[in-house]
Write a new protein. Structure first.
Length: 195
């Protein structure tokens, strides 16, 4: 049983849009909390794009949420596009419904698009399996970092590795990204039944 779970996790990781690969599904329209449809391509910045697979209910998302929003809002001011995508089925987790997304974005001061992946197709195209799961794209749309925000969701004061921040800093300064992939930690995406 444990071996089967590990093999499935390894297969999912191998299927993910990893560093060096072109990001998929950039033109899929998704409804944002502002009521407008947007795509990853439309959210892209001149220096790259941060794609965040997230939701409202997951304890890992909640633990990292303040840091995620601060990092995302700051990235916008530096020429990076940012988009947060909720691929969860609100029928499984009502807290992930559209109205709850709107309230959360307002409450947290999210300045970037927070959108619904209505049929979970964008998450599946990326190979995302967790919330939160981060994909940093360069200006050409290639994945340059994939994985977790940092190495400690629960205790921010004990973070010793800021994976995503370091990757963003390197991307923006034109330097090589030292850590291109880490294990995404979080809740499993609650796939839409039609997906």
């Amino acid at each position: 049983m444990i071996l089967a779970s590990l093999l499935l996790a390894a297969a999912a990781a191998a299927a993910a849009a990893g560093p060096g690969t072109a990001a998929p599904a950039l033109d899929v329209k998704m409804k944002g909390v502002d009521g407008k449809e947007t795509t990853i391509a439309q959210a892209a910045g001149t220096k790259g794009t941060l794609v965040i697979f997230t939701c409202n209910h997951c304890p890992f998302v909640k633990a990292w949420e303040e840091r995620t929003v601060a990092l995302g809002n700051e990235a916008l001011s530096k020429g990076l596009g940012v988009i947060a995508i909720n691929a969860n089925d609100p029928g499984v987790q009502p807290e992930d419904g559209f109205e709850a997304m709107q309230a959360r974005a307002k409450e947290r001061g999210v300045k970037y698009p927070y959108v619904v992946d209505g049929d979970s197709s964008v998450a599946k195209a990326f190979g995302a399996t967790k919330t939160p799961e981060f994909f940093l794209l360069d200006a050409t749309g290639k994945v340059v970092y994939h994985g977790a925000l940092d190495d400690n969701a629960r205790e921010p004061e004990k973070v010793t590795a800021r994976y995503l921040q370091d990757a963003i800093d390197a991307l923006l300064s034109g330097k090589a990204i030292d850590v291109k992939q880490t294990k995404a930690l979080g809740c499993s995406i609650k796939w839409k039944k039609s997906a």
